[in-house]
Design a protein around this ligand. Sequence first.
Ligand code: ADP
Length: 394
Amino acid sequence: VKHSESIKKDKQVQFLHQKILVNKEIFYTMSKTIGILGGGQLARMLALAAHPLGIRTRCIDPSPDCPAAQVTECGCFAFDDVEGISRYFSGIDVLTFEFENVPVETVKALAGQYEVRPSEYALEVTQNRIREKEFCKGIGVPVPGFVSAESMTALLAKPEALFFPSVLKRTTGGYDGKGQWRLDSIDDLVALSSSSKSFEVIMEEFVPFDAEYSCIGVRSRDGDMAFYSICENVHVKGILFETVSPPEHDTEGMCDILCSYTRKIADELNYVGVIAVEYFQKDKKFYFNEFAPRVHNTGHWTIEGAATSQFENHIRACAGLPLGSTSSIGHSLMYNLLGTKGDVDALMSCASLHYHWYGKSVITDRRKVGHVTQMFSSHDQLEALRNRLGALVT
Ligand code: ADP
């Protein structure tokens, strides 16, 4: 009897031991810390998504009261302070970023210490509009016609290469429509060149698009890729105002075409994480506009409208965990709150509406300060919802 009891005990000890080992493994995976460069609303929503998974986040932002600082640890450093960032990020497992204008030199300097997801190469490609368009053209993703020059004066020196109407853009540093101008004739370019400082520019064909779309995908470390339902977007004065997913207007084969272009871009970059690619549609053709190497404003609806949000999937991909399902839960309509809280009481009284406020300390004109997502079940409801919500969010 004694003998069999001691065998039983041994087995119990063995079992417990195995359990501890398994738990150690789980503990290691789930206790990862992800460092995020940037502390805006995207970092805030990434940190909130990481929380239930037991994954820690730490952010860097020059502003101590940035939106992410209210929900996670935040270090106050300039983005070019490699030494300070490196000290603050000591012990993190993975480095990611929430905006594409973070200095690539900083990311390259930190890449020796941590895994960087997505890679610094993806960041470098998207930071320059010429590089980005040439990259896409080179892999067979259609882009609008373009010509580039060191400055507007240099552009004026090649009149045979110019075309109108066109959109002139700074090649670096632009966002939310800043640093771009619609040109209808050479006179517009002459006037602009005399009033602007010298910087590198790209002149793009103006695409009189029927609609704008974005395709948001997530790619794992092993190269698996999943896509969210396509988003149809409306920009006002260059800033995103409305997103509907699934799209209201659906050109035949659109989903396959946009997902295949997006997959090509992600595969070529050996990408890890969420990628968002914006496209113009004219008749039956699609043109690449730009890609964001990060979670994207047009994917905010996925927090409530998809099985796994873009934020959680980015965290999962960064942590090397399996991706979650990108399936939609019904239809979603998202509005940005631009420099206003909107009619909070009325909005919060709408059934199936989710209100998000980013906690920004400074609310300026047309700044993205929050968003709302309205869930709905059929496109027949869309016009009525637009009429009601359009008035409450402005
Ligand atoms: P940003 O990076 O500042 O968001 P984008 O290049 O995406 O700049 O341009 C912002 C918006 O301006 C686009 O969503 C689109 O509405 C309009 N736009 C930009 N480029 C073109 C173009 N070539 N033709 C027509 N509209 C354009």
